[in-house]
Design a protein. Structure first.
Length: 159
């Protein structure tokens, strides 16, 4: 058997599995490829748990409270409901059922661009302070300063 398996490039264990399948189902069935999909998915969320999560979310929404996945998770835990899906699973359930408000996941790449100039004299900072003088007149004081070290300047979105 070992020499036959070595010639055909299979293990002895695979040979005996195919031999048993051929005896049980016939020679043609032994050579048909089988599905590699698992028979069960132990981490799959049941339909009952999904409906329960949607009911808790609807109740929180009706009462005017926050009804996001974190709030629903905490409420289901406090109500001792079993099983309680994870926060990520709850978010997926809400998206799939169409009750979640879709929001963009990330800022655009341009939002992370640094505020840097090539030459040292190209960047100036202007600060303005408004004072109210005696008599109610307003006075604006401007202070302009040249920025020498560009790395110390905050990006535009933080000003």
């Amino acid at each position: 058997m070992t020499s036959f398996c070595t010639e055909h490039g299979i293990s002895c264990k695979t040979f005996y599995v195919l031999l048993g399948r051929a005896r049980a189902e016939g020679p043609a069935a032994a050579l048909e490829p089988r599905s590699r999909r698992p028979r069960t998915s132990p981490s799959k969320i049941s339909d009952e748990a999904k409906e329960q999560a949607l009911r808790v979310r609807a109740a929180l929404e009706r009462s005017g409270l926050d009804h996001g996945p974190i709030s629903v998770f905490e409420k289901m835990k406090s109500m001792c409901l079993e099983p309680v899906p994870s926060v990520a699973s709850l978010a997926r359930i809400f998206r799939q059922s169409g009750v979640a408000r879709l929001e963009p996941r990330k800022k655009p790449r341009a939002a992370y661009r640094r505020f840097v100039y090539p030459a040292p004299n190209c960047l100036w900072q202007l600060d303005a302070t408004e004072y109210v003088l005696t008599g109610g007149r307003k006075c604006v004081i401007f202070r302009a300063c040249q920025v020498i070290c560009v790395s110390e300047v905050l990006p535009h979105r933080f000003r």
